[in-house]
Write a protein that binds this ligand. Structure first.
Ligand code: ADP
Ligand code: MG
Length: 483
């Protein structure tokens, strides 16, 4: 598939690198004990450290460090046994310290990679340059008062992992696939909840254009892109804008731009600072982080099975299609649910029921899987009753609808409603005989060669039995009797 874009003067290639800020899921902040809960009253979760009162000293939160290492391991990245916190100096009203404690030359995590899944089933590896830890700034609020701005410091000092990709992506779809997979990995690891709407995962989009095969061009960095859809739209917009600049003989200015979610456009925010503008230097209040390999190995031993491994296992062990496996592993609890339901059952049939019926019903009811009225064991039971011919697939759908309504076990419903399939051949024969006796004209036509009528007889038999006859058994008997 070619990702090249046609301009008036020839073809262009997009070059995209993403910087993701992922807030570490932790009870307290990176350098203070203040709480981190989302949505609290403004300025109620601010310690003296977060407010940068004179003389306050940062104390490292060991749990946050561990989460960063976990995340690095989940991206197959190099964990640096020696890393350093540095001060990144700039002034802003929501940054009371006047600097952000971040990492620069020696980040905690080095080179790694993330495998992305494209729509056509192909995969591609995207390089991760680094992951470093830093503290978040507070939040400026400009829309609550006509002439005043407010500052909420609740977020000040929360632990962020900045995950920087290599400029390896070549289309909006690849950028979306990268963010999807990264978010999935973070959620599996439990190191970040990945909620872009709540701002716990934020993305800056770096984009430049080049002629195929040439050197990278000048990039712009677009901030404030708060959903994967917005990332894709901002890439489309910025591509058009840069292409117009370049094709009219101009030059792209290296700058920071802002995505406007209402106007659906990017606009210039400020010229891009270079690293030297920030006057980085090692933070004198904090010692470098020093790990021994045993510490890293211990964390590694606790990693869960990650999305790619799970997908691979589901196709190998259960014989599922790549598509089914991808749907099932998209969320960790969905994969757990499937495996629980599939215990002792036909995995493909179970996968169909989870994907088509269960997810369909939840979607319709606007429920998350964690709120499902039907638990995995119950769905597994239902699948078992289809496989052992207690009920047909069609009746199973009726039973399932009742399960969704009442959360009852399928066996209880089958028993109470008398939905068991008729397996007694005598009883099936009786119904088949009745149908044949009641439709002499049809029988004649069928026997004189109108094969298509067979379906009619099957339908009549099913109807008479209230759908409780095993269709295969009915078919067999009808064939014999109509011959
Ligand atoms: P900065 O602090 O200046 O934003 P970072 O190193 O944190 O620098 O991030 C730079 C990001 O820009 C990376 O994601 C990188 O892949 C991307 N990038 C670098 N050069 C280009 C380019 N020419 N075109 C597109 N993206 C680029
Ligand atoms: Mg950056």
């Amino acid at each position: 598939m070619s990702n090249l874009i046609k301009g008036n003067t020839g073809e262009w290639e997009m070059v995209i690198g993403l910087e993701v800020h992922a807030q570490v899921t932790a009870q307290s902040k990176l350098f203070s004990g203040a709480a981190t809960e989302f949505g609290a009253e403004p300025n109620t979760q601010v310690s003296l450290v977060d407010a940068a009162m004179p003389g306050m000293l940062p104390v490292i939160n060991e749990y946050c460090i561990e989460q960063a290492v976990r995340t690095g391991l989940g991206m197959n990245a190099k964990i640096n046994l020696h890393s350093v916190f540095e001060r990144k100096n700039y002034f802003y009203a929501d940054l009371p310290q006047g600097y952000q404690i971040s990492q620069y030359l020696h980040p905690v995590v080095g080179l790694g990679e993330i495998e992305i899944d494209m729509e056509d089933g192909s995969t591609r590896k995207i390089g991760v340059t680094r992951l470093h830890l830093e503290q978040d700034a507070g939040k400026s609020i400009h829309d609550q008062h006509p002439t005043k701005s407010f500052v909420d410091l609740n977020r000040s000092g929360c632990a962020l992992m900045e995950i920087v990709s290599e400029p390896d992506m070549r289309s909006p779809e690849e950028a979306a696939a990268y963010l999807n997979k990264l978010r999935m990995i973070l959620r599996y690891l439990g190191t970040c909840d990945g909620n872009m709407e709540e701002g716990s995962m934020r993305c800056d989009v770096n984009l430049s254009l080049r002629r195929p095969g040439e050197e990278y061009g000048t990039r712009t960095e677009t901030k404030n892109v708060n959903s994967i859809r917005a990332v894709m739209m901002s890439i489309e917009y910025e591509t058009q804008r840069q292409m117009e600049v370049l094709e009219s003989g101009g030059q792209v200015v290296q700058e920071t731009r802002l995505w406007d979610p209402n106007k659906l456009e990017t606009r210039s925010m400020r010229s891009k600072e270079d690293a030297h503008d920030y006057r980085y230097f090692p933070c004198p209040d904090l010692l470098p982080l020093e790990f021994d390999q045993a510490y890293v190995d211990k964390i590694k031993a606790t990693l869960p099975e990650l999305p790619d491994q799970k997908k691979h296992r589901f196709t190998q062990e259960f014989g599922l299609s790549l598509y089914d496996a991808s749907v099932l592993i998209a969320e960790q609890n969905r994969a757990f649910y499937f495996e629980e339901a599939a215990k002792g059952n036909d995995p493909k049939l179970t996968a169909n029921w989870v994907i088509n019926e269960l997810l369909g019903a939840l979607n319709k009811a606007g429920l998350d899987l964690s709120e499902s009225p039907v638990n995995a064991k119950q769905l597994g039971q239902l699948v078992a009753r289809i496989s052992d011919n207690t009920i047909s697939g069609k009746i199973a759908k009726d039973v399932f609808a009742i399960m969704v309504e009442t959360s009852q076990d399928p066996d209880t419903i089958i028993e109470e409603k008398g939905l068991k399939q008729v397996t007694d051949t005598g009883a099936i024969e009786k119904i088949v005989d009745e149908v044949i006796a009641e439709n002499p004209k049809m029988v004649e036509e069928y026997r004189s060669g109108k094969d298509k009528l067979f379906g009619f007889f099957v339908g009549q038999v099913m109807k008479k039995s209230g759908g409780k006859i095993n269709p295969a058994a009915a078919n067999e008997l009808l064939k014999k009797k109509l011959a």
